[in-house]
Design a protein. Sequence first.
Length: 382
Amino acid sequence: MNNLFHWLIYYIKCGVNILYSYINNNNFINQTSSNQGTTSQQKEKISKYLYKVHLQGSYYEMGKQYGKTMKRVLEKDVKTFIHFLRNNNDLYQRKIIEKYKRKTIFDSLLSYYEDNKKYFNPDIIEFTRGVSEGSEIEYNKLLYANLFPDITDNHCILLSKIIENKRMNVRTLDLGYPQVSHSLIIFNPYTSENKTNKKQSNKYISLNPSIVFGVVTGISERNIFFGETYCDESLGELHYNGMPFHHISHEILKSCNNLEDVYTILQKCNRTSNLQLMVSEEQNAHIYLSSKDKLILGQNKENVESVTPNEEGNFKKNLHYLNSIENVIKEFIPRTKSGELHIMVSYDNKIYVSVTSDVLQSYNNTFYEFSLDELFEKKTIK
């Protein structure tokens, strides 16, 4: 009964937001400043469901920092998510292939993890272990939310377009997730090769539900933007063994200085199926069709896009609003009605972020503006 109540409320909320998007043109941009507070501030609450967190160090150290500073938020969100999975056990068990299916969705996810963890990005495993230690939350409880994206077919809008000689990128996230907080994490990673030599990597930003540690939406200090969506066309036999897209993205944003570097990583990576991956830099943008055995450059042009057939009508009808950042946020996004959980837009060395709230989904909500220069130059505490 609890799961029926959840989905009833969920679809009522979706319906209300669809209706609201027809009459609402009052989305506004709230400018923020990383200069608010002290320079040693590691966590800043932007809104009820959005936090900005600065991390520095090895991935284990950054995980420990994140776990400590976000402990109360993580405890609440983990509890919410586990309750959600328990009440929807039968629904998500049907999405598990027979090889991994066990008595409960929790056991099935752990079975998938044990068989697949050798392919995972070790940085993210270490980050999760650090979060577990810092927050004192059981490691397996953190795993559930991080394995969940691998069994869902989330369809999101990806868009990269030149507006007034500057590149604008959009990534929406639709996942059918319970109401949790979101984190805008600024990663400043290094690897300690020895006590006196620290190898610095690119700083980068991830926007994700607080308890999901792979990058589903992100941008680096090199202006490499990453987003993904599931591909509607089958590229081949589906494979579940390989590095998940939200692990690949960490490596791309940390390591890549241009799109050629991105291609090299994707080509060498042991990938899963069946995805569209959008990567862009200041001048160019690509969408790759990615599967276990194929990596196809699907779109290589100035303007690229990925939209599902269900959203294509609204998308094309409102393309004329893609002429300024104000119209993108105030007109195009609410009219396309994609971005149930969150939206990130990057343009002119700024990002604009909106997340779902108690009543309004992200495409109907306030967008918060952040300067990339301020975010990447922010001093962090160890």
